[in-house]
Design a protein around this ligand. Structure first.
Ligand SMILES: *[C@@H]1O[C@H](CO)[C@@H](O)[C@H](O)[C@H]1NC(C)=O
Ligand SMILES: *[C@@H]1O[C@H](CO)[C@@H](O)[C@H](O)[C@H]1NC(C)=O
Ligand SMILES: *[C@@H]1O[C@H](CO)[C@@H](O)[C@H](O)[C@H]1NC(C)=O
Ligand SMILES: *[C@@H]1O[C@H](CO)[C@@H](O)[C@H](O)[C@H]1NC(C)=O
Ligand SMILES: *[C@@H]1O[C@H](CO)[C@@H](O)[C@H](O)[C@H]1NC(C)=O
Ligand SMILES: *[C@@H]1O[C@H](CO)[C@@H](O)[C@H](O)[C@H]1NC(C)=O
Ligand SMILES: *[C@@H]1O[C@H](CO)[C@@H](O)[C@H](O)[C@H]1NC(C)=O
Length: 361
């Protein structure tokens, strides 16, 4: 087949040229010598292509063919395509102009020139380039951790664009996948985020689009600290859980659920929840359970509210006896720490007075 093709072409030309009276009817067909040359011309889709052809003398008979179809025979336009025209800047030029070139125009074009002695054909291969364009990409998606995910990115362009996938957030330079389909087996929460598909060829700048992947996973408690508060004070118990979708929180005291009442307030925002006790009493001390739930699971943590242990270094001034004494006795002494140097100074004064009295005697 392949070997036969050029011969078929030649035969076809001969028939066509004869039909067009381009070949002298009397000339034996076998003796016709086609001097051929093939050129490639590359044009971007939408641009104008000019296929150059020149004749050696004005009396030459000429024609333009698209594959085997005649477009122009001499000055006569056979094609009905309004985009094609002849370009003749001088009497010897017989170029073909094609406006708004499209992919279907790609292929071989032939300029056939019949001079007195040498019939020749000039073959031009028109190559149409198309900038890369992503035509279809997976939409943003939410999957459960552990499932398999396939992202799709289809692009058009000539030459065929090269597709590359990247994981943008959180930055993960490792992924550099060069296929239309990106397959993620057993997706993890770290693999959530934005994925970028890039379609590139040498025609123009790459086309880039993104897909957001959300990975759902069950809650795990990431923060729960025991809390110390004295009676009469305010206490805030904090609980933090990591989960997608964001968790709902509940607080329990032993087996009973705590509501916003009786001086307790629960506030939950995002991945955090707090239980606030406005005025701690002895009844409040004990264990609390923070429970975080989403549609994939549940997690809990125990948080205890405890009483501060008694101070290890007892402050004598906090005992009522001496404080009262100095309050009454010390002239101008305020209660608390400022009273501490007073006993010594008073004793010194007393001693000095005694000495002075002794000296007088
Ligand atoms: C024309 O392009 C084809 C591929 O499209 C290539 O094989 C051939 O070598 C090119 N010819 C010239 C003359 O550039
Ligand atoms: C060339 O031929 C192809 C196939 O028949 C056609 O689709 C295209 O429109 C033609 N182009 C020109 C410029 O004649
Ligand atoms: C994109 O591809 C999907 C899956 O193959 C298909 O269902 C959808 O119709 C396509 N969308 C467009 C605009 O081609
Ligand atoms: C995910 O893909 C792996 C490997 O192709 C396969 O063994 C597994 O069964 C798949 N899991 C699901 C849930 O389809
Ligand atoms: C805390 O409760 C105690 C006893 O019920 C009360 O005497 C005290 O005034 C309260 N403190 C505050 C700040 O509400
Ligand atoms: C509180 O919980 C801890 C351990 O989580 C446990 O050792 C302790 O006995 C509990 N206290 C009460 C009062 O239940
Ligand atoms: C907390 O979790 C444990 C096991 O994970 C479970 O046995 C317990 O019942 C849970 N407590 C609450 C209050 O949900």
């Amino acid at each position: 087949m392949v070997g036969r093709a050029p011969q078929d072409w030649n035969q076809l030309y001969r028939v066509l040229l004869r039909l067009l009276c381009l070949l002298p009817t009397g000339l034996p067909v076998r003796s016709v010598d086609f001097s051929r040359s093939t050129d490639n011309i590359t044009v971007r889709q939408g641009d104008t292509a000019i296929l150059r052809c020149f004749v050696e003398d004005k009396s030459s008979k000429v024609a333009w063919l698209n594959r085997s179809v005649i477009i122009f025979a001499g000055q006569d336009k056979w094609s009905i395509d309004p985009r094609v025209a002849l370009e003749k800047r001088n009497p010897l030029e017989y170029s073909l102009r094609i406006q708004k070139v499209d992919v279907f125009d790609e292929g071989p074009y032939t300029c056939s020139v019949q001079t007195q002695q040498h019939p020749k054909t000039l073959q031009v291969h028109l190559i149409v380039q198309v900038p890369p364009k992503i035509s279809n990409i997976s939409s943003d998606i939410t999957v459960n951790e552990g499932s398999n995910l396939t992202l799709m990115c289809k692009a058009n362009g000539r030459p065929e664009p090269l597709i590359t996938w990247r994981h943008l957030t959180p930055s993960d330079g490792d992924l550099n996948w060069e296929e239309e389909y990106l397959e993620i087996v057993k997706i993890t929460r770290e693999q959530s985020g934005k994925y970028e598909c890039k379609a590139a060829n040498e025609v123009s700048s790459a086309d880039v689009k993104q897909v957001r992947v959300t990975v759902n996973y069950p809650p795990t408690i990431t923060g729960a600290k025991n809390h110390k508060a004295a009676t009469g004070k305010q206490a805030t118990l904090q609980c933090e859980a990591s989960a997608i979708p964001l968790p709902d929180f509940e607080w329990y005291r032993d087996d009973s659920r705590i509501n916003n009442a009786q001086g307790m307030e629960i506030k939950s925002t995002g991945s955090q929840s707090t239980l606030m006790v406005a005025n701690v009493t002895d009844d409040h001390y004990g264990n609390y359970t923070c429970v975080a739930t989403n549609k994939l699971g549940i997690a809990n943590a125990s948080i205890s509210l405890f009483k501060p242990v008694l101070p290890t270094i007892p402050n004598p001034l906090s005992e009522s006896g001496p404080t009262d004494y100095f309050k009454l006795k010390g002239p101008g002494t305020a209660p608390g720490n400022t009273g501490s140097p007073c006993p010594t100074s008073s004793l010194l004064l007393l001693a000095a007075s005694l000495l002075w009295l002794l000296c007088k005697c």
